[in-house]
Design a protein. Sequence first.
Length: 578
Amino acid sequence: METGTVSRGKSAARMAKQNGTKSILRQPVLLVAVILTILLLLLFVVYPLAKVLIFSLTDADGGFSLENLISIITTSRYLKVFGRTMLLGLIVAVLATFIGYIFAYTVTRTNVPMKGFLKLIATLPILSPPFVLSLSVIFLFGKQGLITKGIFGITDNDVYGMLSLIVVQTMSFFPIAYLTLSGILESIDASVEDAACNMGANRWKTFWTVTLPLSLPGIISGALLVFIQSLEDFSNPATIGGSYTTLSIEVYNIITGTYDMRKGSVLAILLLVPALTAFLLNKYWVNKKSFVTVTGKPTQARKMINEPHIKWPLFIFCILVAAVILLFYGTVIYGSFVKTWGVDFSLTLEQYQRALRFGLDSLWTSMILAVISAIIGGLLGMIIAYITAKRNYYGKRFIEVSSVLMFALPGTVLGISYILGFNTPPLLLTGTGLILVIVFVFRNMPVAIESGTTTLLQIDNSIEEASTILGADSGYSFRRITLPLLRNSFFSGIVYSFTKAITAVSAVIFLVSPSWTLITSKIYGLFDLAKFGQAAAFVTMMIVILLVFIGIFNRLIQWLLAPRSRVPSLKSRSEGVK
């Protein structure tokens, strides 16, 4: 009986794909979109990744060889670095998820003041340059630190190492866990928790027996995402890791120091395996373990926790974390106006003048490339979301998997794969601005795809059907009906893409050239020269630029996709068809 049911299910799915494929064949615009998407993903996702995999398993003559792989896994130094990287990722994942859960629970469950402020603080590290927290730790706890030297008189403190890395990465990545967990906690039906309280369970018992088990998928998901980010992180270990070397730094040192691209590729694969494993676990296993409590039935408003002995300790914890984040950001901004940190604290604009003379061209280059890639990535993300969420056809699974694959790749792996894939004719793109745009587009596009897919699944198909009945084709319906409804998703995808493009480090560290130098590369160079004041000036300017462009994008998207243009355009279109 069960076998027959499964067979009928597979047959129905096959029929749906066949019908969907026939439907696409009758719509030229949609067919072109699917074909172009598949070609782009094959060229800029599958091909470079296959290139680095093949390259790492071949010798200098192109024959199959495991020599480099065996050399890596039998060398104690590399095994030690691998163990350090995993240990750091696990510690940061636990701490960041714990802080993220406290923040999410406080915001979604308790009646505390300043919730808007807490939400802002919990997302600030995502929208800031990657060097902010490392720079602030140096300013506060280094040999000339405001706390170590200024308060305690310690002048020989070694701020570089594992402890600083744990602090910086935890503060940088806990917002990822917070965003995941806040969505999970908000989706839990309030009546489930209220039922436990009505049966005599206190708040503590309700939390351990109801809330925590229901939010467990979110906890695991948040921890896996933080773990991936820790593995991928290049900027923080490079600037404040000191002798605590991680795999991403080791790959960079091998390629730039000994110019051994083959060994660097093998190490990159060693970094790719745990990152990709964690990503696939989160996407295809954890998501299936979610416990659904939203049934479609009317639910009562959630009763916020108002007991003083619960809400105030949680509030104090969040305020302390927020105070640390504000201290870090405030220190960097203050340091950008100081003449010489630790020696002369007189205020001046000298650091900004030096920074602009040193890297104004790089700043403009980063902004231009980030804007171009954000717009392209946002549009392409909405198109892919549409053809995967609203259509069923052969090849859909390939698009779904490959379009988000870049998000799981560590930046150093991505950089190496693009060097190997596009360093020879006829695909000679290395050293050009085009390869940087392509990397930014396909690296950051998965967020726009996920956001757009979530929105599209909530849009009733009857809206598009009405457009079709009035004579509009699929392309016109998407442009005039669906895309305006995707305004918020489109905006969030563009903002994320722009933010990550202008702050990218690891993904482009191997791809920059004298003609196309990015601002993050300049800042990394300033760390090597110990010019922390100029680095602080650049970081502060980047924060201001990000805030300004977020505001501009918001206004622009609202104006371009204003819903007022939909109805008249659709009406005139239908009259023309008649």
